[in-house]
Write a protein that binds this ligand. Structure first.
Ligand SMILES: C[S@@+](CC[C@H](N)C(=O)[O-])C[C@H]1O[C@@H](n2cnc3c(N)ncnc32)[C@H](O)[C@@H]1O
Length: 309
């Protein structure tokens, strides 16, 4: 349905009881598209975000869209969706912050401006049980380094029912959000938060897996980020001049914190090429996820030990 023939677009006098979920989504889709907002905080296009906003308001997030598309939306919910979409456009806040909800690895996390919106490609890998790369049944202890909202730590704990996870971040505010998520998913007996500047305050122990989505945006690209990113904490992105400031430190130190059969998983996002350029003779193993982008690299303890990063 185009913005011009959608019955709900800009015409609140129409009887709202005749408006279906799909009409509402079409209106929101067209409005977001016209407004030229940035997508990338949980979905990649206007239609997916319109569906997310509508189903969130209608309390239907656990339903298959095709099954409820033709059901009617209440006047009150329709009005709420319109208000929400207008706020999204006016403020340029990511939808996740406006509705305090982010989907990651198939789970609904709490989120607010104290931590960046969960969207790491590690989520797809975790949802697939880390297969075929790592045998998750052998993991006993893991570290989510630079954990933010705790999404990776919690998703790992939910995927591996016996796993003990440390979730660490330098930012005390982000760790408050991580605690909310640990409570929400009732994994407080297996996931603990640690405030630490990278490895500095971490308990001395050997992890079977270190998973990290560290800050990796190069300095000169920070100013070019879409407006939506300005609502998120800058230290979550700032990766120094070439974006590898934290990645380099993690590569140098990770082996000391890994068990003999342990692995390091790091997300590099758009900065994957910079890592290849910095260490041209290292045979990095890039993992593809559902999105088919190769932005996560896997290294074994053995590889980390035998190379001078
Ligand atoms: C890209 S965000 C990732 C957050 C979360 N893991 C996720 O995927 O949504 C990077 C995180 O690194 C944290 N951070 C920045 N500098 C740090 C440091 N020196 N030590 C530990 N964490 C740091 C930020 O606070 C932020 O939460």
């Amino acid at each position: 349905m185009s913005p011009h023939n959608c019955p709900s677009l800009g015409n609140s006098r129409l009887p709202s009881q005749l408006i279906t979920i799909d009409d509402c989504v079409s209106w929101a889709d067209a409005r977001l598209d016209q407004a030229d907002v940035f997508f990338g905080h949980g979905c990649y296009n206007s239609r997916d975000e319109a569906i997310w906003a509508t189903l969130h308001v209608a309390g239907l997030m656990d339903q298959e869209y095709d099954e409820i598309a033709s059901t009617l939306i209440s006047e009150q919910d329709y009005s709420k969706v319109r208000d929400l979409i207008e706020r999204r456009i006016q403020t340029r806040q990511p939808l996740a912050y406006l509705i305090r909800e982010a989907w990651f690895a198939g789970y609904r996390f709490y989120i607010d401006e104290r931590a960046i919106v969960p969207r790491s490609h590690l989520g797809d890998l975790i949802q697939d049980g880390l297969e075929p790369w790592i045998d998750s049944t052998t993991l006993e202890r893991a570290l989510d380094l630079c954990c933010g909202s705790g999404c990776i730590a919690v998703a790992l704990a939910l995927t591996c029912p016996n796993l003990i996870v440390d979730a660490s971040d330098l930012d005390a505010s982000a760790l408050e959000v991580a605690r909310i998520n640990i409570d929400r998913f009732q994994v407080e007996n297996r996931v603990q938060v640690v405030q630490s500047d990278l490895f500095q305050n971490l308990p001395i122990c050997k992890y079977d897996l270190i998973a990290s989505n560290p800050p990796y945006i190069p300095s000169e690209e920070l100013d070019k980020l879409p407006e939506e990113y300005l609502h998120e904490p800058t230290p979550a992105f700032a990766g120094g001049e070439d974006g590898l400031k934290f990645v380099r430190q993690i590569l140098i130190r990770a082996a000391d914190y890994l068990s003999d059969k342990g692995h390091l998983l790091i997300e590099l996002g758009n900065n994957a090429d910079a890592l290849e350029s910095a260490y041209p003779d290292f045979p990095f193993m890039w993992l593809t996820s559902r999105s088919e982008e190769s932005v996560v690299v896997l290294l074994s303890k053995e590889e980390l030990q035998h190379y001078e990063f």
